[in-house]
Write a protein that binds this ligand. Structure first.
Ligand code: AQP
Length: 349
């Protein structure tokens, strides 16, 4: 059986990039075969990865509330807890156990090569003015936890965006290294399920990606925004002029602001490629383009927001939904861990 594993950090209200880049693909995967890869039936595990969220210090109450809100938003987006195993990572202790076991066979050099780690290092050094950056160990070993997430369920496919490809390659290297070290073909090699979806950029700085935790709230559209907030944020989005009479074009290098709006419109309206959406919008000026994007965004996001609000009125029900998913995830993880523990010489039942 093919198994798909996906994770999302409960680091705030999910934003439009999370939805168009990931969540919507997970919803679509529920109803389809794994496409080009040929695999037909598959199980899907979707984890709210609260252990990963700890790599940045967080207020405990806020983290718990964000986790519940993330679960409500995922269900409102169409994740069906009967068809996908939806669970909190911290409810399945084997994630942390496998993280430790894998960390003990992973050379530090492999982790030092991760570009995300290198850029975090640079950011912190700049913030600290070249002094002691006090980098936390969790930031370095984060990709090992991600490998543990995927390998624990023997996932065969992982939907990833470009920015996560390197981490998935590391997970494959760790899996191969484990299999070789313990002379057992225990872990299948997880494959990337590269999705077509575009990277959605910040509305304020279209050279950076849209992010849940961007301190500039105007830079992102969240799944909780009111229609008025969506309208105001898109109206104030950074645009760039393509010269007199240029109209709308799709050219991310030369016109990142307008191209980001085109990419958002294309994703919302399911038009591909982006250049085809630009052709559709060609005759509009920038403010008409913003109106078209606003209309598409509200049409998609308003029902999700209203359903999330409705679900959040009954937190006990969301908690019960998560617990049911966690029972299923724990059963799979316990069986998997027993084999791993047996393999490496730990107590296994
Ligand atoms: N801007 C984006 N465009 C397309 N896809 C995106 N994703 C995130 N931002 C964009 C995808 O969403 C999935 C879940 O993300 P995550 O929460 O695990 O981590 P992230 O990538 O760090 O997301 P954020 O929103 O930027 O969170 P913070 O601010 O906490 O770091 C991933 O598959 C990601 O590719």
């Amino acid at each position: 059986v093919a198994r798909v594993f996906s994770g999302i950090q409960p680091t705030g209200v999910p934003q439009l990039g999370n939805y168009l880049g990931s969540i919507r693909n997970w919803v679509r995967l529920q109803g389809s075969a794994l496409g080009a890869d040929g695999a037909q039936a598959h199980e899907q595990y979707i984890s709210i990865v609260d252990l990963h969220a700890l790599t940045v210090p967080r207020d405990p109450g806020r983290l718990r509330a964000d986790t519940l809100e993330m679960a409500a938003a995922l269900v409102a987006c169409g994740i069906d807890p009967a068809r996908s195993v939806l669970f909190r990572q911290s409810a399945v202790p084997q994630h942390a156990q496998l993280h430790w076991a894998l960390g003990c066979i992973t050379p530090v050099g492999w982790l030092n090569r991760m570009t995300q780690w290198k850029s975090k290092q640079q950011q912190q050094q700049q913030l600290a003015g070249g002094g002691d950056p006090s980098l936390l160990a969790g930031l370095l070993t984060y990709p090992v936890l991600m490998a543990a997430d995927v390998l624990l369920y023997r996932a065969t496919h992982v939907p990833v965006g470009e920015d996560q490809v390197q981490h998935l390659e590391l997970a494959r290297d760790i899996a191969a290294h484990f299999n070789k070290t313990f002379r057992r073909a225990l872990f299948p090699m997880p494959r990337a399920l590269l999705t077509e979806s575009a990277r959605i950029m910040s509305l304020r700085d279209p050279l950076r990606k849209m992010s849940k935790s961007d301190p500039l709230t105007q830079a992102r559209i969240t799944l909780a925004d009111s229609d008025a907030e969506i309208r105001a944020k898109i109206q104030r989005a950074t645009t760039d002029c393509g010269g007199a009479g240029a109209g709308v074009t799709y050219d991310p290098a030369a016109r990142p602001g307008v191209s980001n709006l085109v990419a958002i419109y294309a994703a919302l309206r399911d038009v591909a490629p982006q250049a085809a959406a630009a052709a559709e919008l060609r005759s509009l000026n920038n403010s008409q383009l913003k109106a078209a994007v606003t209309e598409a965004a509200i049409a998609t996001l308003a029902p999700i927001r209203d359903e999330t609000r409705r679900l959040l009125r009954d937190p006990a029900h969301i908690e019960a939904t998560l617990r049911a998913g966690e029972d299923r995830a724990r059963a799979a993880a316990a069986a998997s861990w027993a084999e791993i523990a047996e393999c490496i010489g730990l107590r296994h039942h």
